[in-house]
Design a protein around this ligand. Structure first.
Ligand code: C5P
Length: 237
């Protein structure tokens, strides 16, 4: 049996308020290409990804559909789903719109993901049931006590969680609906799955797979973009 089809769900429905920019974050340009196009190009070029669902702010769905769906430049982008009030709701809406057993969720705001990292995360999920990219912590780690330092934390026991995150659609849908009813909240799908009692494996992420949140992140991303190849041309399906 060949590898199973995997739908990529790309949440891009945040307001980007921490960026404080005139243009929404996903359309800010990195070395001549919108941030979102960097993310979509990298995900498109991963052979394991068979289709892509973009999750956009509800007011942008029509415009984004026109730009990305049915466009020969983006043959894997199959539809644009409307986002929700939180990232968790946006991913849930994307997962509901997908038609495959396996889903890869990846933040639109991480434009330097690589096809290698996509493959590594998918392979771990197929083996263990769910997986995420994550980075060990090398800095000294402390609790925060307002303007002062609190207790030290054991950095060897800590991980920084990135995306891609790969899981079964049914696990997310069931867990989301159950935990929502219990009034629970979560910041990413690994936290949702863990609260539902599902084990999540981790694979080494990449430092360049940074999330662009603050203006400083964007300046660093510009430096990386100037030295990175932008994958041109449509991906093969
Ligand atoms: O807010 P945060 O930095 O965690 O957002 C991570 C990703 O989730 C971004 O790509 C953002 O566009 C997306 N997001 C979303 N819907 C929301 C909030 C964030 O799709 N309501």
């Amino acid at each position: 049996m060949g590898p199973p089809p995997v739908t990529a769900v790309i949440p891009a429905a945040g307001s980007g308020s921490r960026m404080a920019s005139a243009v929404p974050k996903q359309f800010m340009e990195l070395n001549g290409h919108p941030l979102l196009d960097w993310t979509l190009a990298a995900i498109s070029h991963a052979a394991e990804i068979t289709s892509i669902i973009l999750v956009a702010p509800p007011d942008d769905v029509a415009r984004m559909t026109e730009k990305y769906v049915g466009n020969p430049r983006w043959p894997k982008v199959s539809r644009v789903a409307a986002g929700g009030a939180t990232r968790a709701n946006s991913v849930y809406n994307g997962v509901r719109a997908a038609g495959t057993e396996w889903i890869l969720a990846h933040d639109a705001a991480r434009p330097f993901v690589t096809p290698t990292l996509v493959r590594r995360t998918i392979e771990a999920a197929l083996r263990h049931g769910a997986a995420t990219a994550a980075l060990p912590v090398y800095d000294t780690l402390k609790m925060r006590d307002g303007d002062f330092l609190g207790q030290p934390l054991d950095r060897a026991a800590a991980l920084l969680i990135q995306t891609p995150q790969v899981f079964r659609a049914a696990d997310i849908i069931t867990a989301h609906e159950r935990l929502k009813n219990e009034g629970k909240e979560w910041t990413d799908e690994t936290s949702l799955l863990q609260q539902a009692g599902i084990k999540v494996a981790w694979v080494p992420g990449e430092i360049a797979n940074m999330k662009i949140t603050m203006p400083d992140d964007f300046r660093l991303a510009q430096v990386i973009a100037e030295r990175s190849p932008f994958v041109k041309g449509p991906a093969r399906i």
